[in-house]
Design a protein around this ligand. Structure first.
Ligand code: NAP
Length: 247
């Protein structure tokens, strides 16, 4: 396949659905070709790819478990083979396994840390050489408000999302001099498959705590990510920006 090189390219993990899909669509509308990553190459992923391609026709999909460093390295080689360069990385892939700490199995703990935190670290490390060579790059890591506040039933998830915040600040400090920016976004409760899992009671309790009295939309998070990766945010790095409707 010929290498492509006319447009800027953004890598978005967890792009098949939910917030990642909205980010891929928004960045495609902003002029990026998108290298979409998700765990499964299924009908939903292909449907999203089709939607994204309507705005950025050289976009493509890569099946990759971000928690597996061998798969991450292989996928990055495939992305580099397809595109001359890439400019943006959005680490959005994430999972939950919600239970009280005493009920969490080792697998519940490890899988959430592996995908959410280690996946973010592996993906970022794999992209850094390209950003260093280009002397520019923008990374946005999707954390969560729960990484800042903690939450009952989400100790594993909160630890993974708090880890992302420390990682983001460290990358910003290590590579700022090389014109690489790294920020985190901390969404509150956004309407996706992930929050569909919530019980009606949990939903009611949360509504009462949100100043705007509604769940957020994936598009609203995508707008923030679009701003952070753009030149309009050229002096913002190492930050964690909450988007939670005033939770
Ligand atoms: P979602 O609808 O459940 O989608 C999750 C995405 O991550 C899917 O594309 C999924 O791919 C991908 N993914 C899961 N495990 C993966 C793996 N091992 N390797 C590669 N991709 C993987 O989730 P969402 O609600 O959009 O959440 C997106 C991000 O925002 C997550 O990091 C989440 O923690 C964070 N967040 C969400 C909320 C919220 O209220 N929804 C709030 C705060 C933070 P497949 O389709 O192939 O499974």
């Amino acid at each position: 396949m010929d290498r492509l090189g006319e447009k800027n390219v953004a890598i978005v993990s967890g792009a098949s659905r939910g917030i990642g899909r909205a980010i891929a669509l928004k960045l495609a509308k902003s002029g990026y070709d998108i290298a979409m990553i998700a765990a499964h190459d299924n009908e939903r992923a292909q449907m999203t790819l089709k939607e994204v391609k309507a705005y950025a026709d050289q976009s493509s999909f890569f099946e990759c478990n971000v928690a597996n460093p061998v798969q991450v390295a292989k996928t990055l080689e495939e992305i580099k083979a397809r595109y001359t360069d890439f400019d943006v990385l959005v680490n959005n892939a994430g999972i939950t396994r919600d239970k009280l700490l005493l009920s969490l199995s080792e697998e519940d703990i490890a899988s959430v840390i592996d995908v959410n935190l280690l996946g973010t670290i592996y993906m970022t490390k794999a992209c850094l050489k390209t950003f260093l060579r280009k002397k520019s790059g923008s990374i946005v890591n999707i954390s969560s408000i729960v990484g800042l506040t903690g939450n009952v039933g989400q100790a594993n998830y909160a630890a993974s999302k708090a880890g992302i915040i420390g990682f983001t600040k460290s990358v910003a400090k290590e590579y700022g001099k090389k014109n690489i920016r790294c920020n985190a976004v901390a969404p509150g409760f956004i309407e996706t498959d992930m929050t569909d899992l919530m019980s009606d009671e949990a939903r009611k309790n949360i509504f009462e705590k949100i100043a705007l009295a509604r769940l957020g939309q994936a598009d609203e998070v995508a707008n923030l990510v679009n701003f952070l990766v753009s030149d309009q945010a050229s002096y913002i790095t190492g930050q964690t920006i909450s988007i939670d409707g005033g939770l």
